[in-house]
Write a protein that binds this ligand. Sequence first.
Ligand code: GLA
Length: 418
Amino acid sequence: MPRPIALPTPVLGSEPPAGLEESLAGLRDEFLLRFGGVSGAADRAVRTFFSPGRVNMFGGHLDYNGGPVLPVAIDRGTFLAVRPAGEEGLIRLMTVFGDDVFEGKIDALPPAASGKWFDYPVGVIRALLADGSRGLSGGFDVLFGGNLPVGAGLSSSASITVGTAFALDQVFGLGLDPMDRVAAALDAERGYVGVQCGIMDPFAVGFAREKQVLWLDCKDESFEHLPLDFKKLSIGVMDTGVQRALARGEFNRRVAECKAAFEALKHLAPGATVLRDVPRETVEAHVDSLDPDVAKRALHVVQEVERTFRAREAFLAEDFVELGKAMTETHRSFQTLYECSCEELDVLVDAAVAQDGVYGSRLTGAGFGGCIVMLVAAGAEEEVSRGVADAFEARYGRRPPAAFFQGDAGPREVRIPR
Ligand code: GLA
């Protein structure tokens, strides 16, 4: 198998990325180069898919506490080229971004994660196989690519896991519904990769709808699509370029601290099944009885729940000033109570909220590095990204990339002309 030089991983940029059809045609050519096949039957058997990333705007670190969240999918994500590979059951997975190749038999997939990128799709395949009625059998080859920065808080992980479930569903006719795909993605992340993430990211990707944001109540998994008028408001993202090696450990620690808070407080809130159910006053009245870090995390959660409901009202009323205020307050709480920000993120947020045309800003994703999100008045995008980049450059000597988004329609097959 030829192994062409790995491409650099994607970065955000002010230029719009190349069109999907063009990008996926390139991926299909690369697939044929790596896995073999010439124009004709082999070529036609390769199917190509797109799966978006997401920005989470409201409800920070609430999903695994059963709270409400408001994310939106973005038109950057994972590209997949897939072709069934016969009855021998050999699965081969490659990425254009690196040299690590996965090869394994469908009936002998590794039981433990390897720490490599392909743990995500392998975890999904294992989840789909665990339900023997799904009819996934025979081997296949997949080449992954994409235009989403990895590890930047834009959910490259849900993009690849939901995308894998979606593409295999289409290629093998597995009859999955969107909830099945979300479940396979969650199984892969929690049970195989080992990140105790909440449900927000795979929901945001798997249930995305064009020009709409998702209101998701993570306690009962009820959700609703809310329209956003992108003629008035733009969703901006800027990347610090900081990737924290410790982020996964810190994330799991936050999950454990919230669990500890709930265990300590639940007897004070009859009927509570998640930390979100514990009244704010109860947490505030008992902070002294908790470990100081646990107390701070719990305070963030109960205040963030209130703030997110407030944000929902402001969103529905198109009160962007109030909406932006709630967003920036979340960032302040991330700095002081949840302690999941970092200096570069704070510099970007401070610079963002100082610009005319910015209603509010916060870190997006889990934090500890990665991107900020900004609510920007439509028309002010260029000036805002220039102003924020100037401030960041004055401090760090480099300009952080920016992009503006209008939502995305969710995972889909992209048919390319032959
Ligand atoms: C990561 C996790 C999500 C969520 C956010 C924080 O993106 O994957 O489940 O907890 O962090 O809001």
